[in-house]
Design a protein around this ligand. Structure first.
Ligand SMILES: NC(=O)c1ccc[n+]([C@@H]2O[C@H](COP(=O)([O-])OP(=O)(O)OC[C@H]3O[C@@H](n4cnc5c(N)ncnc54)[C@H](OP(=O)(O)O)[C@@H]3O)[C@@H](O)[C@H]2O)c1
Length: 354
């Protein structure tokens, strides 16, 4: 007699955004398909994928992922795989019929749009909403979290800061009742890589080109160089970990643009390194009770930040009960970001948040 198969739960998934991260997510879903089924009893079907300018596809029976991925990378529009005509991202969300939407469109530091509307629409349509995009976290955390709760759904965003590292899960699940007093870190992989490569003799322009070639620089690298990416991550952490709504323009921000090869070499000769350091701490006398900054700083070897090189990142969280906790992520890639999205999916459907 053959053993009784375990009960499976099936989930329909849709992806809005099909760039570095969206494609890495499809690869990871394919790689983990059997693990999800055998170990967690989860079966998934990807019923929709949409890009901005390269088409969109909905297939309620499930898209053939290896075929879509291969064709898309060969320049075939997603439209070729659609069973329905789709005009625009909001219509895609309305009609995809998914249980969960992964949102991975480019960040908008100033308003979080249009991603904010996309995620709102997904939740209003009864889908869990998962994003790697920092914009809607900063500009819509409370609204989207409350909307998700109202509908018995989850709004999760683990990949939005430190790629797939479980920053928000640690705070949500591992620090109940604790008060986060401050945090500091190296949160922008691109500038950390640029500074490491400049120490090894490259110009800033050469180092930026390399970061773009491996798919880690933002669509517009000025966001990294001028500290906006770091500022929006600081704002996301203050908003979520400290529960104080905070925006990137409130962060005292200086990027790495003014750091010259001579300054980098001079620091090296004195045994130090330049790092783009993010900090935030509570201060009752400051507006909203927070002082936050991103600044290039010369770091000594005694600092935990000194040996965090290349695309690696570090976050040190200080709470009223545990003192300082540090999380280091070594050499993340779009695959690490994809894992954060996958983890959010599993957390949303395995342990729905109340
Ligand atoms: N790359 C990383 O490792 C990483 C790490 C952490 C977080 N993130 C965040 O993850 C998100 C995606 O990053 P990425 O590197 O994958 O970016 P990307 O390669 O530039 O891909 C963005 C995707 O979004 C699509 N898109 C743009 N506007 C859209 C719209 N209005 N509706 C539907 N799709 C739209 C683009 O389509 P077209 O190509 O057709 O324009 C493209 O498929 C960003 O918010 C980023 O900040 C990325």
């Amino acid at each position: 007699m053959s053993p009784t198969p375990p009960p499976y739960s099936e989930f329909k998934l849709a992806l809005l955004g099909f760039g570095n991260v969206g494609q890495a997510l499809i690869e990871l879903l394919l790689e983990k398909e059997l693990t999800l089924k055998d170990e967690l009893g989860i079966i998934y079907r990807v019923v929709g994928i949409a890009s901005g300018n390269h088409g969109a596809a909905i297939n309620p029976g499930g898209l053939s992922l290896p075929e879509v991925l291969k064709s898309y990378r060969n320049g075939v529009s997603l439209d070729e795989f659609s069973e329905l005509p789709i005009s625009g991202s909001l219509e895609f969300i309305q009609n995809c019929g998914a249980d969960l939407l992964f949102e991975t469109t480019p960040v908008n530091y100033q308003t979080g749009q249009p991603a904010l509307d996309f995620l709102r629409q997904a939740l209003e349509g009864g889908m869990h909403a998962v994003t790697a995009n920092k914009g809607p976290v900063v500009h819509g955390y409370r609204e989207l979290t409350n909307l998700a709760k109202l509908r018995g759904l989850s709004f999760l965003f683990e990949s939005s800061v430190m790629d797939g590292a479980p920053v928000f899960s640690i705070a949500r699940c591992g620090l109940p009742g604790a008060k986060v007093i401050s945090f500091s870190g190296l949160l922008n992989s691109t500038t950390n890589l640029i500074l490491t490569r400049m120490e090894n003799g490259e110009s800033q322009e050469e180092a930026v080109a390399y970061a773009q070639s491996i798919g880690i620089a933002e669509t517009d690298p000025r966001g990294d160089i001028d500290g906006w990416d770091a500022a929006v991550k600081i704002a996301a952490l203050v908003t979520v970990l400290m529960d104080i709504p905070y925006t990137p323009d409130q962060v005292n921000r200086t990027g790495i643009r003014a750091l010259t090869p001579d300054m980098i070499q001079e620091a090296k000769e004195t045994g130090k390194r330049w790092k783009l350091v993010c900090t935030a701490h509570r201060d009752d006398s400051a507006p909203q009770g927070i002082i936050a900054s991103v600044q290039p700083k010369k770091i000594s070897p005694e600092s935990r930040f000194f040996n965090v090189l290349g695309t690696s990142a570090i976050l040190e969280i200080e709470s009223d009960v545990l003192g300082k906790l540090a999380l280091i992520e070594e050499n993340p890639s779009p695959r690490s970001t994809a894992y954060g999205l996958l983890a959010d999916f599993l957390n949303a459907v395995n342990h729905p948040l109340d």
